[in-house]
Structures are given as C-alpha cells and as structure tokens.
Design a protein around this ligand. Structure first.
Ligand code: NAD
Ligand code: DAU
Length: 343
C-alpha cells in the first residue's frame, strides 16, 4: 500500500513515519510536509534514503501540488497530521490555524474524492471537547461528548472534524478520526510544556509555569499514539471517531517538579507566570471504545516514558540546540519576555 503521511516532519508525524517503516516494510510511505517552523528535515535523515520512503516539501493547502502528488503516487491511505498545533501561537495569530487546519484538510479530502482512496484518516485532538472541571474526577471525554472548544487552535481542529464527517456523509468518503490526549516523547518541539521545561532546566533558565500549574493533562507516550492510529487505519470502522488516551492525568506543576528532580535541578527555577488566555483546566480521555473494538491499550508507563524522553533530550542536544538557536529565540522573547511573574 502507498500511504501519504502529511506533517511527517513534525513531532508525532515523524514518530509515525518511523513506526510504519519499521512495522510495515511492505508499504510505501510518502511524507508531505511544508516544513514550517515545526517541521524538521533532519529528523527524517535516518530514513531519507530508504527505497520505500519519499519526502515531498509542499503545502496541504496548495491544491495543484496536492493533486499532482495524488496523480504521481495513487495513495491508498492518507493520514493527516499536518497542522498548526500550538495553542499559544493560535492565541497570537489565529488565521494560519484556519488556513492549514481547515482549508488544508478540505484540499486533502477533495484530492481523495477526485482520485479515490481506501481511507482518509484525520488526526484530531481531545481539545475539541473543551475542558473538564477539576472537582469532577469522575468525568471523562467519550466520543459522544459534545464539541465545545476554547482556543482558536481547538476550534480549527473541531471545524476540520466536522468537515471530515460532512465529506463522509455527503460524498461517502471512507474516513476515520482519532482524538488523542497530550503526547510526549522524542522530537517534541521545545515550545511545548515537557521539552520546554527540559531544555530550560538544562540551561538553568526559569521554568515558566502558567498560573498555579494546577491544570491537568492526560499524557500518552507518542509511540502508543502511533500504534493506535496504525490500528484505526487498518481495522477501524469507516465513519467512526476513536478517542485515544492513557488514563494518565497529571498536574503541570507536578510534571515540572519531576523534570527538575530527574535533571538534578532546583525547584527554585520554577517561575509562576501569567496564565494562558482561556486556559483549559483538565483533559481526560475515556479510551473504552478503541480498547473494546481494536484491542488498543497504552503500553508505556509514564515513569518509563518520561525517563526515556529526558534521556533522549540529553543525548540529542544537537537536534534541539539547532532549533532554539534560530527563530525560536524571537518566539520565546515575544511569548515569555514581558509575561508577568506571579508571586
Ligand atoms: P507539530 O507542530 O510538531 O508538527 C506539525 C507538522 O505539520 C510540521 O512538520 C509542519 O511542518 C507540518 N505542517 C504545518 N502546516 C503545514 C501545511 N500547511 N502543509 C504541510 N505541512 C504542514 O505537531 P504535532 O504535535 O506532531 O501534531 C500533529 C497532529 O496531531 C496535529 O494535527 C495535532 O493537532 C494533533 N495532535 C497533537 C497532539 C500533541 O500532544 N502534540 C495531541 C493530539 C493531537
Ligand atoms: O490535548 C492535546 C493537545 O495537547 C494537542 O492537541 C496540542 O497540539 C498540543 O500542543 C497539546 O496542547 P496543550 O496546550 O495541552 O500543550 P502545551 O504543551 O502547550 O501545554 C501543556 C500544559 O502546560 C498547558 O496546561 C499549558 C501549560 N504550559 C505550557 C507551556 C508551553 C505552561 O504552564 N508553561 C509553558 O511554558
């Protein structure tokens, strides 16, 4: 089979490319990626010369380029990871999120309609469900939880999900959607909580925790997410949504303290700063459906996954040093330079 993986030079997409090449060597993997600030070609260097892998630098919003690729490759499956993915950036500049996350999804699905496809898979997020209160630990997101978004990012992802379902109903496009909780692991861009704290701690820089740090996220090791998508594209039912999460809820402040301790850095580096606008309190996935239907369960315990992740950052300094020495510095100064410090 020929599989187009969009956004394969980013965090989860690259881990998925590696997963597929390793576990399905008979398949041909085409990575379509625009190489935005979040895409990194060096990540894909180990597979670049593999005969069943091709990298194409293009924008999923570029209809001509996408159609050309479909004419060349006749894909059987498209897995769409390509997106603007950072909530904080969406609060600063929403428009690019609408462009890539909504229009890009429509262009990809139009190509699937025009040239035919066995499966279009949309990689979505638990953020489309909004958030849960901290005082109701009995509540979880199921596939039936109403869409109720908070940020321009989550709204753009929810819009894309609605379009995907509309293309299924209207054009009978064979689609699936997965909605996953927070991922962590290798190649995570250092604008996100876990890699940002690791990188800052290694430089003895302040660790900027938004507000009191009581917000809860449900962390999943990235390889477990890749395995779940692999199952959904092969065995998932067309027209269905699958939630993916590991029942691994943690408060931000506890994650940051854990990172300090693991790296032997003082917790006094922790700096409470002004909160994110519209900050979601708690995410928690109920993964019963994917477990019952497809037999998926998370395999990596958080204690092991976070240790492996910290170790990966310690041993791949060149990968993230290159990133943070470029445009990232301007981003960091803009987002954190004037942010109020809470006492
Ligand atoms: P990322 O920001 O690390 O990577 C995004 C990739 O998409 C980059 O390689 C970038 O170059 C590429 N891209 C962006 N715009 C593009 C365009 N117009 N055309 C082609 N390529 C483009 O993102 P990530 O964290 O790996 O997330 C991947 C997907 O998974 C996203 O759709 C995101 O919404 C979803 N998701 C992420 C998480 C998470 O915890 N990171 C959890 C659930 C769902
Ligand atoms: O839940 C899935 C989502 O998880 C994905 O859809 C998004 O693409 C992904 O970025 C992630 O969104 P979050 O906003 O939860 O992730 P982030 O790493 O940006 O933040 C995690 C928590 O940490 C959140 O409560 C905000 C907080 N935070 C984040 C940063 C970057 C801080 O306290 N300080 C920081 O500097």
């Amino acid at each position: 089979m020929t599989i187009i993986v969009t956004g394969g030079a980013g965090f989860i997409g690259s881990n998925f490319v590696f997963h597929m090449l390793k576990n399905h060597p008979e398949d041909r993997i085409i990575c379509l990626d625009k190489l935005t600030y979040a895409g990194n070609l060096s990540t894909l260097a180990p597979v670049m010369n593999q005969s069943n892998f091709r990298f194409v630098k293009d924008d999923i919003c570029d209809r001509e380029a996408v159609y050309r690729l479909f004419e060349e490759e006749h894909p059987d499956i498209v897995v769409n990871f390509a997106a603007e993915s950072h909530v904080d950036r969406s609060i600063e500049t929403p428009e690019i999120f609408l462009q890539t996350n909504i229009i890009g999804t429509a262009v990809l699905m139009d190509a699937c309609r025009k040239y035919g496809i066995r499966r279009y898979h949309q990689v979505s997020t638990d953020e489309v469900y909004g958030d849960l209160p901290l005082d109701r630990p009995d509540l979880f997101f199921t596939e039936e939880t109403p869409i109720h978004t908070s940020s321009p990012y989550s709204s753009s992802k929810a819009s894309a999900d609605l379009l995907v379902m509309a293309y299924h109903r209207t054009y009978e496009l064979p689609v699936t959607i997965s909605r996953c909780s927070n991922n962590y692991g290798p190649y995570h861009f250092p604008e996100k909580l876990i890699p940002l704290m690791i990188v800052n701690a290694l430089h003895d820089k302040p660790l900027p925790v938004y507000g009191e740090g009581l917000n809860v996220r449900d962390w999943l090791y990235v390889e477990d997410h890749c395995k779940a998508i692999d199952l959904v594209i092969h065995n998932g039912r067309v027209g269905e949504v699958y939630n993916i999460g590991g029942h691994n809820e943690m408060r931000n402040i506890d994650i940051v303290k854990l990172i300090c301790n693991a790296l032997g850095k003082p917790e006094s580096l922790i700096t409470h700063v002004a909160d994110r606008k519209g900050h979601d309190m708690r995410y928690a996935i109920d993964p019963t459906k994917i477990h019952n239907e497809l037999g998926w369960l998370p395999e990596t315990k958080f204690a092991d996954g976070i240790e492996q992740t910290i170790d990966w950052y310690l041993h791949h300094q060149e990968w993230w040093e290159t990133i943070i020495s470029g445009e990232y510095q301007n981003y960091y100064d803009k987002m954190y330079g004037n942010r109020a410090v809470l006492v």
